[in-house]
Design a protein around this ligand. Sequence first.
Ligand SMILES: *Cc1c(COP(=O)(O)O)cnc(C)c1O
Length: 423
Amino acid sequence: MLNFQQGLDFALKQDKKDALSSYRNQFHIPKDKDGNDGIYMVGNSLGLQPKNAQTYIDEVLTDWATLGVEGHFLAKNPWATYHELLGKQMAQVVGAKPIEVVVMNSLTANLHFMMASFYQPTKTRYKILIEADAFPSDKYAVESQLQHHGFDAKEGLVLWKPRKGEDLPNYEDLETILESRGNEIAVILIGAVNYYTGQYFDLKRITELGHKHGCMVGFDCAHGAGNVNLNLHDSGADFAAWCTYKYLNSGPGSIAGCFVHERHAYNKKLNRFTGWWSHNKETRFKMRDDFDQLPGAEGWQLSNPPILAMATIRASLEIFEEVGMAKLIEKSKQLTAYLEFLLNELATDAITIITPNNPEERGCQLSIQVKNADKSVFNKLTDLGVMADWREPNVMRFAPVPLYNSFQDVFNLVERLKLVLNH
Ligand SMILES: *Cc1c(COP(=O)(O)O)cnc(C)c1O
């Protein structure tokens, strides 16, 4: 790790040395009220727009205007196979094989489709385990799955909670739960990187634990995809889903990603919902054949996908492909460690970092608890040109994103935080 120093000079020097610094120019950076680049720390919520997004959307619009329906096969990037390139690039980002990944639907919808296949409750094994601080949508989805199968949502939900007085759940407690009740649990669904604390879980460890007790294991990678090395294939997880509008910069509500482990790729006996897009590509357009299951994650698609929305994902994934996750994470670790260093140098007991301090157990986000705070602290930061995120009752989340945030951004953030905390 770098030997960090205080002062703006250090930040500027780091930016000069940063091999990825030019990528910032490939994104639109929202301005503050004085017309300068704002300090954008919410790439964990909505990633910034790659400038190429416009180009690729225009390309689809032009092909549609000039070719009409023929665009399915004659467009510059034919619509019939448009998602296939994205699937391959996306597989690189999440550490999976191409057959394991597809871009489709939205995140919560994908979680439901995954549970349609992998949540097969019996009378005795029907519970679903999630982390206590799971993202609300995941909790609601899981509760409705329980109810859909005729179980009581409260009773069927098993929570992996932090110990009293602690912020993060620990693995020994997960082991204890599984040892005592593992045979009642059908599915484990964990946020790979917890949205609130920024804790990056050990996917492989959780998967092995779950499988040892006969559970299916899936991950919501909304805060992991494009942020950490997920290594989904090696983790052994049965399934995963993520959105593309956070670290993957594909625009508000854009299409999501989905992973199904290779071991399930050719299993035609799995329950699932299907449509013409889950049917064998060779005969799909003959429209007369009996259903013929497409292998791999693509076999979970239902509909022909929205190409306009995929155009922005294409713009984004192209950048990820060029940079590669390894380089991205190398910078990410430095940038976040620098933020941690500056926060610790504040030497105030007004803030506590609740994100793990081990770089292997987090991505770029740091979550900060502010003592006796109300939202006014956060509002003052906003007035100073910082775009960050406030979670009730007292947590601020900052995500310096390695693709477009600079060391100077991090320096400026902490300077403003100092002002707000009256330091
Ligand atoms: C952002 C996020 C969601 C949002 O779900 P959508 O279906 O995309 O609206 C769900 N779960 C987690 C863990 C998230 O971080």
